[in-house]
Design a protein around this ligand. Sequence first.
Ligand code: FE
Ligand code: ZN
Length: 247
Amino acid sequence: MSTLRITPIPCLKDNYAYLVETPDACAVVDPSEAAPVIEALGGRQPNALWLTHHHWDHVGGIEALCARYPELEVWGSAVDAQLRRIPKQTRAFEHGDQARWGGHTIDILHTPGHTKGALVYVTDGHAFTGDTLFGGGCGRLFEGTPEEMLASLLAILALPPETHLWFGHEYTVANLRFALSYGGHHPETAQRLKDAEALRQSQLPTTPSTVASERATNIFVRDALKRPHGPEAIASFTAARLAKNVA
Ligand code: FE
Ligand code: ZN
């Protein structure tokens, strides 16, 4: 039974920051902006910010939160620390690192593709995937190759099937509509789209998804999961990503 409490915080147009709480610690993932995070904190004091990558719509709240809570640790990748592109970063992680926080062990996955420094934070059956893996989708390749991105997605989807995946943007409905138009008839994807549309009509988030759900319905990895080691896997991923770029 997980002792973590996770709360999505809608930010900007379609970003999610997350509040991660244990009885004695509180972290914020990807604070896009400070005001909604401070409101969600409701007087609690965070002790760490976990950054999945350096893009402005994920780091935008760091400076104001650090000014308000001077003890804050700011976590991010070694790549982004070296490039000095996450404000106030205090800790730098590489693939396979483990950090202790609030009585939990946090496993760090380096998942390049969207950016060179992209990280996924994994703990206690939960993973924060930033802009690497979205509900039914994946991030654009700003700094990485298709090979890198596909390997990163497959590393996330090698986590236990029940793992909750908390992603950086509310793109699920658009991703699943794309999957059906691009990939054709697929009952599980159609059902997931219905469920996602119902959530959004009630103004509820579609985050988190699960590893099992992504393995079943994420169009970007569908072929690679069947034959992970062939050139077809890369070709199929690349074609889907290019088609989504202009969808
Ligand atoms: Fe991004
Ligand atoms: Zn983003």
